[in-house]
Design a binder for this molecule. Sequence first.
Ligand code: ADP
Ligand code: ZN
Length: 217
Amino acid sequence: MRLVLLGPPGAGKGTLAALLKESLKLVHISTGDMFREEIRNKTQLGCGAKLYIDKGELVPDEIVIQMIEQQLTNNSAVGHGGYMLDGFPRTCKQAEDLDRILERIQQPLDYALYMTATLPIIVQRLGGRRVCRKCGALFHIRNKPPLKENVCDNCGGEIYKRADDNEATIHTRMNVYVNNTQPVKDYYKNQGKLKELDGDKESDEVQAILMKMFRDK
Ligand code: ADP
Ligand code: ZN
């Protein structure tokens, strides 16, 4: 199964991705994670992208599309059990280009899962979000603190707060989302591929809904 995950930052796409990975064994492809990896390795791509990411703006379409195209055509794991794209597409241009790439490799998308969430929940989630530097596991200072402070429960890696999870940048990311990414939802709705999930719900509830959704797939 091939999916894209849509929704505002903080709606719970990361948690949704973890659920899908566990239950459907889908490969998780996150453009945000890919950029953070490039930045860590101080590559040219990473240094270019960082200028935008630190401000909460979108990295230009050409850069993102090139990166995704390479991943989809070169990663052998991608062709087998299926995958989910997380954080991509974020503009209609990206959605159109993605369709073109997938048409060429004859791997059309099955669904676009759209997570909604209300603004107060989003702000509360992103402000308290912490991430494992090593395995990417997600934590929250109040809702899901690690057992040991600043240490990942999964792998013992260091837990940190993303530089772009601060109030000013969260605000910019929400504006960017409404202006650029909201229309992508209609793009998939028009294709009859959209499925909506309520991101205000707790993760076990979302999981139950997901399982029902994909039971016979
Ligand atoms: P979020 O937690 O907001 O979903 P991500 O980890 O997906 O954030 O992405 C972090 C940042 O990386 C974004 O704010 C943006 O600057 C950049 N980015 C990620 N994916 C894309 C994309 N598809 N197009 C443009 N920029 C992107
Ligand atoms: Zn970890």
